[in-house]
Design a protein around this ligand. Sequence first.
Ligand code: AMP
Ligand code: ZN
Ligand code: FE
Ligand code: FE
Length: 288
Amino acid sequence: MRIDLHAHTTASDGTYEPAELVGMAEAAGLSVVAITDHDGTAGWSEARRALRYGHEAGVWSTIQNVVPGIEISCKIHDIGMHMLGYMFDPWNAELEAALADIRDSRTHRAEAMVGKARELGAPITWERVQEIAAGGVVGRPHVATALVEAGVVASVDDAFGPDWLGEGGRVRVDKNDMDPFRAIELIRAAGGVTVMAHPMAWRRGPVVDDKDIAAFAEAGMTGIEMNHPDHGPKERDRIRALAKDLGLLTTGSSDWHGSRKLTGLGAETTDPEVYEELVARSTGMKPF
Ligand code: AMP
Ligand code: ZN
Ligand code: FE
Ligand code: FE
């Protein structure tokens, strides 16, 4: 069983549609894939439909389940971080409202980033960024694509550099990130489980202290992402030890974004026993 628990679609900043994710998971030989778009669950129903129709038509031979998930934008002590949530009830009113707030702030922020870029002479427009986001939850990668299209930078990676959208960048604008303890509580109240995403991805900027991670575990977080493209052997060893100390499950995931990032779907995977445990501990929406 090959299981990848972190993938993005056009419902946020991935480049393939939710139905295509299911096809790509089949092509990658995965048995289970999680759909974990940023701050929204709009991709779930299409992925579920694609899985079901494919099973009815007999076109899938390896993919068995799609896990409903999300990656919530959080912040603690002014450090940005991501909390994955799985198998929760998406209609939980408090959770729905909190996520709608983050999406709202993302829209205003993206528009503000376009304004700043234009002030610096970059010929990009808010209309074009909205077109690129195509109705999905808008984020920096969409602004990055617009900057590449306009010839301002050579690549999405360059757009994420310190001159533009990266740490300390001139067009960087904050969004309303959630308190991670609130994310843990909201997902738990909706019957789901939480896993801290890429906790030691130094490349992206400052990371959260071990003692904060311990507090998340204390607050009911279930797991921590260990095998991730942004973690080298040292980070993986540290996370394994920390997880053992704190009684956290460890997952492995590609954090696939389609063609916006280089990592292939299924490049990192989660142990079947860990997956079964996550399923067993959730009481919200079961895998499709
Ligand atoms: P946002 O949530 O709008 O702040 O945008 C963060 C997203 O940008 C995350 O999903 C990252 O995966 C993505 N990202 C960060 N750095 C890069 C990069 N160098 N190239 C492509 N995507 C990136
Ligand atoms: Zn992303
Ligand atoms: Fe993330
Ligand atoms: Fe992600």
